[in-house]
Design a protein around this ligand. Structure first.
Ligand code: AHR
Length: 628
């Protein structure tokens, strides 16, 4: 029900304007949002990931109490061909403590006293007699915090599961697996999850981080990248089919950002998370070409090939079409059945698909994009395909990317840019000038370089321009989203975290404030700004569901300034309104140790049809007013 109003100037804007972009960069997935606590659980790390890594990285062979035996990495008889490596442990003399292996997770395993942790592992008994195993959580000094014991009982791979409840909390636990009787066994996919994941999903997400994203109520989530999508060679191009099904059957691979992807957080988990938080899924698939920067050769693991060979394109197109069937097809369809088998018989209602990410606009790209796009459009006209404008908007490729997309009538084009705050402030009108007859825009990645308040306020000002142009800017998402302490590849990010702590940047607060205050209709000329003033910006939207009028007032200047608001065109404005303010020292920023230097405050506000608001220096103010 839209509110009564007499204004005729309202312009319908995108219902999907502000969302999130998740990429596995900065340890955002493994060691981050994905709640798995064991690092290299499947012994699939390799020198391709990093020169000094191998299948036993992050594991330690331990022989407490003068015990001895041996450990080898083998590939003869894996659980599944997709997951080739496993370890073989031979316990010769077990002493009082046993012989085994230890994993200290991603910079230590955080456990909380009294909480439950689910441990599971695949074991194959290789000696004649059963072997006794003790699985425990231990402190660095070897104190056992929780333990479970079992005996092997199968000469084939068998999964063992148990629950561990530590008696003490620590940030630096290890998971220890010990053979306490003599014998030989194979071990793989050794996994430890907190029982409390987000929405208690199995193979789920770290609850605190996922909740912070849910709290933003994003309209969509784009995943899994970023450059991660095309990889730096065909060898690690992201292929969605490798990321679904039981975790022990997924194909792990090198992460383009210099580490490893277990792909435990795969397409099913992404789609499930989107559904759990009411966001539309926006999967981005490679346009069958690899990284614009590399041609596939500049990093280890690159295959030297830039693009999928033409003879593989038919299969690749089918792979893209199969994703749509997997997401939206009935549970009786071939791919819908796989979704159902994973626990989701109902369709996921996929509406958008991205093809390509910042690709260099070469003939290889053009040929491949065109046939993928044409095939999707022909078979699934209900799906909106998002193309790419190519690299950052400074070069020739960008113009070329737009010309190419427009010639094909691609409905939405993805633009990316990372800029200084001054660039954002002097380009607030960027989309005012865009041709309305051409493709709409998905601003898939943007940020000003920095996490100080001044960066966030420049982004807020820029976002008022996105709202004003919400008739052609279909979607926008800040990037990157998550960054782990000591594992950060991109210097500007929205949320910093470690195993315990979280730091919400001023940029996060701006994104959240805009996301929670999206509208369906935009009104012009509500706030009277001095057109010579390059430090002020404002927008006014109305949310159809509540009828609320929402003003966003940005002052990126050094002094407070008065902004005149005229709401006379609306029939009714309820005087008791709600105000959110983010303001402070332009140079201030939050850190993991001091996360609350810059936080929004809220208060009541006395609204009327005409008022003057004094916007503090360096601030974003949102005034939300009821109309009924
Ligand atoms: O967001 C970080 C990177 O920036 C993305 O992977 C890529 O698309 C862009 O270059």
């Amino acid at each position: 029900q839209s509110a009564e109003r007499t204004l005729t100037k309202g312009k319908k804007i995108s219902p999907d304007l502000f969302g999130l972009f998740f990429e596995d960069i900065n340890y955002s997935a493994d060691g981050g949002l994905y709640a798995e606590l064991v690092q290299n659980r499947s012994f699939e790390y390799s020198p391709t990931d990093r020169r000094d890594w191998n299948p036993f990285s992050f594991w330690e062979y331990i022989t407490p109490d003068f015990s001895y035996g041996s450990i080898t990495v083998e590939t003869n008889s894996p659980i599944h061909p997709n997951n080739p490596h496993y370890i073989v442990l031979t316990a010769e003399h077990v002493g009082d403590a046993g012989v085994g292996v230890k994993n200290s997770g991603f910079d230590g395993i955080v456990v909380k006293a009294g909480e439950s942790y689910s441990i599971s592992m695949f074991v194959r008994q290789l000696s004649a007699d059963p072997i006794s195993l003790a699985i425990s959580l231990q402190t660095p000094k070897g104190k056992v915090l929780a333990e479970s014991k079992f005996s092997t009982s199968s000469k084939d791979w068998k999964k063992y599961s148990a629950t561990l409840k530590p008696i003490e909390s620590t940030d630096s636990a290890s998971l220890v697996v010990l053979a306490t009787t003599r014998g030989k066994l194979a071990l793989d996919v050794v996994s430890l999850f907190p029982e409390k994941t987000f929405k208690n999903r199995p193979n789920g997400l770290r609850a605190d981080l996922a909740q912070l994203l849910a709290d933003m109520k994003p309209r969509f989530i784009r995943f899994p990248g970023g450059c991660l999508v095309h990889g730096d060679g065909l060898g690690n191009m992201y292929r969605w089919k490798n990321t679904i099904g039981p975790i022990e059957q997924r194909i792990e691979q090198k992460n383009i950002w210099g580490y490893h992807q277990s792909l435990g957080l795969g397409y099913f988990e992404y789609f499930q998370f989107c559904e759990d938080i009411g966001a539309k899924p926006l999967p981005v698939l490679p346009a069958a070409v690899s990284c614009q920067n590399s041609g596939g050769t500049w990093r280890i693991g690159g295959t030297g090939q830039k693009a999928l060979p033409k003879e593989e394109m038919q299969d690749y197109i089918q792979e893209v079409l199969d994703l749509i069937e997997w997401a939206n097809g009935p549970a009786t369809s071939t791919w819908g059945a796989k979704r159902a088998a994973a626990g989701h018989p109902a369709p996921f209602n996929l509406q958008y698909i991205g093809i390509g990410n910042e690709d260099k606009i070469t003939s290889e790209f053009e040929e491949r994009f065109k046939i993928i796009y044409t095939a999707v459009k022909a078979k699934h006209p209900e799906i909106t395909v998002i193309g790419t404008s190519g690299p950052f908007p400074d070069g020739e490729d960008f113009e070329k990317g737009w010309r190419f997309a427009n010639a094909l009538n691609v409905p939405v084009v993805d633009e990316h840019y990372y800029k200084e705050p001054s660039w954002l402030m002097s380009n607030l009108d960027r989309y005012d000038k865009y041709d309305r007859t051409h493709a709409e825009i998905y601003l898939g990645e943007y940020a000003s370089w920095g996490n100080k308040l001044k960066n966030a306020i420049a982004e807020a000002a820029y976002m008022t321009g996105l709202e004003r142009n919400g008739d052609i800017v279909r979607m926008a998402s800040y990037a990157p989203l998550l960054a782990k302490r000591n594992h950060t590849q991109w210097k500007t990010d929205m949320i910093f975290f470690d195993n315990n702590l979280v730091c919400l940047t001023p940029n996060y607060h701006v994104q959240k404030i805009f996301s929670l205050n999206q509208g369906d209709v935009y009104f012009d000329k509500i706030v009277n700004l001095d057109s010579n003033d390059t430090t002020a910006a404002a927008s006014c939207v109305q949310d159809n569901e509540t009828g609320d009028i929402i003003l966003k007032l940005v002052n990126a200047g050094k002094e407070s300034q008065a902004m005149k608001v005229n709401l006379k065109g609306f029939k009714r404005i309820v005087s008791k309104a709600h105000l959110t303010l983010l303001a402070g020292d332009p140079e201030a920023e939050n850190t993991l140790e001091k996360p609350e230097v810059i936080v929004p405050t809220t208060s009541n506000f006395q609204a009327s049809k005409s008022f003057s608001y004094h916007a503090p220096a360096m601030s974003l103010t949102v005034i939300r007013m009821k109309t009924k």
